[in-house]
Ligand binder design. Sequence first.
Ligand code: ZN
Ligand code: ZN
Length: 343
Amino acid sequence: MADPLPPRMHAALCDAPGAALRLGEVPLPRPGPGQILVQMEACGVCHSDLHLRDGDEDLPDALYPLILGHEGIGRVVVTCDGGPEIGARVGLPWLYHTCLDCKPCRTGAETFCQANTARGVQHHGAFAEYALAEAAFVAPIPEVLDPVLAAPLLCAGLTAWAALGKTSAGPGSRVLIIGAGGLGQYAILIAKARGAEVVVIDTDATKLDTARALGADHAVLAGPGAGAQVQAMGGADVTLNFAPNAAVWSTIETAAAPMSEIVAVALIHDPVPLSLMWLLDGGHKVFGSSVGTRQEMADFLSFAATHPMPVDVERVPFSEVDHALTRLKSGDVTGRLCVDFSL
Ligand SMILES: [Zn+2]
Ligand SMILES: [Zn+2]
């Protein structure tokens, strides 16, 4: 017999926008129809959590105290009709649920559902001993994967995978990756696995060393001449932008080969000076990508099960989750941080 579930659980609570996360006790959540309860083993610490903690996004007061965390992996302890088996290991990603009825949902592009909701934003996340999930939106996790190493795949890795999946990156193409943090590092590994030549631009020389160690063919220090250096190599056939600032557009434009594909991934609110003349003259395609669909997640996790990804993942105890976010803010992290609930 499994141990009975406790009536209460520990959770990292964000009491208000801008407040540090505090460990508190809350009642164990009860799954409704179509929902399951998962006992967490790991939850990655993401820049989006940092933005939410620091109050950079405008959320209704009613959502607080809010539990953040959207890179969760754990074992099912309560299931529902049609849900995964008790004991199955599942992933709780950013996408909490979507309407399943609009055109994006019906065509397998549910990340663009305008009614989508996110874990750790409109719904409590996985910085807690237990978390609820919609059975239709959890990701089965292959048993060969270590939950702590796999948790960042659910957001950072998936985002890179889905962005590359929208492009023709492959043998004979040159992929430019701007930003060599966690997402960029997964993108290097995936682009190399697809057979592309990879060029990385970053402002940080240490991150460029990491990029080279992961297999990047060229590493270029960000700056006014960076785009021209890529153009001198023959130009970028595919560009993925993970750098969160609008000034990067001039580098993207300068680096682009004719008929290039440019994927916007970083969250940038400021507009960029896109010249329609440049667009038509070069025949470029510019489009966006946001996390990944359930199908992309399944494809990516089976890829990850056979392609170990040597991105540095540092384990942190649950009690230090707020400190982990502060470290992320200070830039004192080479890869990804992940809460390990067994520590
Ligand atoms: Zn994330
Ligand atoms: Zn929809």
